[in-house]
Design a binder for this molecule. Structure first.
Ligand code: CMP
Length: 354
């Protein structure tokens, strides 16, 4: 059997194998397992490892071996080599623990982690800035804690490294309660450190949240831009109007056979076809519209109910434009709005010219 199909172990299956593997690793650390149970668990680990070997060979043999990128290949290699090396060189007590490298497996296909890496890279300067503040406050708190508490609690605050544990726990506002300042000055310091901690963590969260928002917006913009560029009607637009329309259009994928708009419904948006075909059920005979065409403009312009039911003939990629944005398009690009109005008139009055 060829190993190539295993290179396509799907994302959920990868995650499932990794989850089972990690649960088995965890189960193997529990006390009181019988020899038979241990054997079953170890066979399970071996089976998952074998699936990963096949996946790796499939990726290496495939013509599109780099399609998942180098990080995915490195993860596939580690998932096979680390447990194999542990099996050869580590004692039987600990070697199963090395299968925990499979924690990395779900990351190989995850778009979220790619997004996270991008956000961290984009925001690295701000994150480093806040981390430096964290370090400064941490050291300052440990130093002050040492000075204020060393005589009262020499066993807990006897040195700066010792006071550092109190500083970390207080600054992160975790406060285990195992080390508490006794002096008044020490307690005031504790309060200040806690408040600084809240501020620093809020800053971290704020930077990451803004970074995520901006990156997602950027990615949406680039994707919409490519889609809009595929619609001939918009190719005449200048860059300023194009940016406006890219922001206004909402991409949507409709499966084959789905109804996109129904005759008699209120129409608050029109659609541009990027890819695929739709069927318009006009009273005379059905009309097919393909990539580059638009529909749903009649109700939008006249305010009347939809004149026909439109169904996806194939899976169809659409860009939808809402009524308010159509007004914006009318003022920024009157010639496009005019073309849409003319088409609506032709469709209403004369025979279809698609
Ligand atoms: P609307 O009436 O909003 O919703 C149904 C859409 O089908 C309509 O807008 C037009 O875009 C489209 N449509 C209606 N009649 C025709 C036709 N004869 N040829 C092509 N498209 C049509």
């Amino acid at each position: 059997m060829s190993a190539v199909p295993f290179s396509k172990i799907s994302t959920p299956l990868n995650a499932l194998f990794a989850t089972i593997g990690l649960l088995v690793v965890a189960a193997l650390t529990t006390q009181g397992l019988t020899g038979q149970e241990r054997l079953v668990f170890e066979l399970l680990l071996a089976a998952i490892w074998l699936a990963y070997v096949l996946q790796l060979s499939g990726t290496l043999l495939s013509r599109h071996r780099w399609s998942g990128g180098i990080p995915a290949l490195v993860i596939d290699l580690l998932a096979v080599l680390v447990p194999a090396a542990a099996f050869l060189f580590v004692g039987s007590r600990d070697r199963n623990l090395y299968c925990a490298i499979w924690l990395l497996k779900p990351l190989r296909d995850s778009t979220f982690f790619r997004l996270l890496a991008k956000v961290v890279a984009n925001e690295s300067r701000n994150l480093i800035g806040v981390t430096s503040v964290f370090g400064i406050v941490l050291f300052g708190a440990a130093l002050a804690g040492y000075i204020l508490e060393r005589d009262v609690q020499p066993d807990k605050f006897g040195s700066i490294p010792q006071a550092m544990w109190w500083a970390v726990v207080t600054l992160s506002t975790t406060g285990y309660g195992d080390e508490i300042p006794q002096s008044l000055a020490g307690r005031v310091l504790g309060g200040l450190v806690m408040m600084s901690g809240i501020g620093i963590f809020a800053l971290w969260a704020g930077i990451l949240a803004t970074g995520f928002y901006e990156e997602v917006r950027r990615q949406d913009f680039v994707r919409n831009w490519q889609l809009v560029a595929a619609v001939p009607l918009f190719q005449k637009l200048g860059s300023a109007a194009l940016i406006e329309i890219v922001r206004a259009l909402r991409p949507r994928i409709v499966p084959a056979g789905a109804v996109i708009c129904r005759k008699g419904d209120v129409g608050d948006q029109m659609f541009f076809i990027v890819e695929g075909r739709v069927t318009v059920a006009t009273p005379d005979h059905p009309v097919e519209l393909g990539a580059g065409n638009f529909f749903g403009e009649m109700a939008l312009i006249s305010g009347e109910p939809r004149s026909a039911t439109v169904t996806a003939a194939t899976e169809v990629s659409l860009l939808s434009l809402y009524a308010v944005d159509f007004q914006m398009l009318s003022s920024s690009s009157p010639e496009i709005a005019e073309t849409i109005r003319k088409t609506a008139l032709e469709r209403r009055g004369g025979p279809p010219k698609e």
